[in-house]
Design a protein around this ligand. Structure first.
Ligand SMILES: Cc1cc2nc3c(=O)[nH]c(=O)nc-3n(C[C@H](O)[C@H](O)[C@H](O)COP(=O)(O)O)c2cc1C
Length: 170
């Protein structure tokens, strides 16, 4: 049984998603850095994606049973992301895996990450521009493009309905 939502955030997106899940599923929500012992139950783990890795998942899964992982990244969410994310993070089929688009704010990042992303966003913008030349971008791709070109932005939507439907169907 799912007993709580745990989140790990740098710039606030995962906290926002975790709080939305907490409200909708009526479950307590805690930061992964400060939570009570979760006895006889599982958690939904909401964390940000760094170079394809769900930050902190490897550690959390040793401490508490994880029912589902919500991987929050600036990239558009989609079936490819779910498959690749599961494989990269070694999330078994018995654990739910969801990709949620989060926001981005380069000014809130610590310096080393800021430097990495200053370079990385140019790449992302270029890739989306070449795609846009052939086909219109989806709303999520457009949101990623804004993040990449302005250094900050919001996801296309803050939608947790897929996770909620999954949790309620268990
Ligand atoms: C160093 C670094 C690497 C990142 N790598 C990825 C990535 O591989 N895929 C992705 O979709 N987003 C990536 N992001 C973007 C964050 O995952 C995204 O902004 C997320 O919404 C941040 O969540 P938070 O606001 O809870 O910290 C990266 C961000 C940083 C700073």
């Amino acid at each position: 049984m799912i007993k709580a939502i745990l989140y790990n955030t740098q710039t606030g997106s995962c906290k926002r998603y975790a709080e939305e899940l907490s409200r909708t599923l009526v479950l307590p929500v805690y930061s992964v850095d400060d939570h009570p012992a979760i006895a006889d139950g599982e958690v939904i783990y909401v964390s940000w994606v760094m170079a394809g890795s769900v930050v902190g998942y490897a550690k959390v899964k040793k401490q508490v049973p994880v029912a589902a992982v919500c991987a929050v990244g600036m990239a558009p969410a989609g079936p490819y992301g779910v498959k690749a994310g599961r494989e990269k993070n070694k999330v078994p089929a018995s654990v739910g895996y969801f990709c949620l688009q989060g926001g981005f704010n380069i000014n809130k990042l610590p310096l080393p990450m800021k430097l990495i992303m200053q370079w990385k966003v140019k790449d992302i913008a270029k890739r989306l521009e070449s795609k846009r030349a052939k086909t219109p971008l989806s709303a999520q791709e457009q949101a990623t493009y804004v993040m990449a070109t302005r250094g900050q932005g919001e996801p296309a939507s803050w939608d947790v309905s897929e996770v909620v439907a999954w949790a309620r169907s268990r």
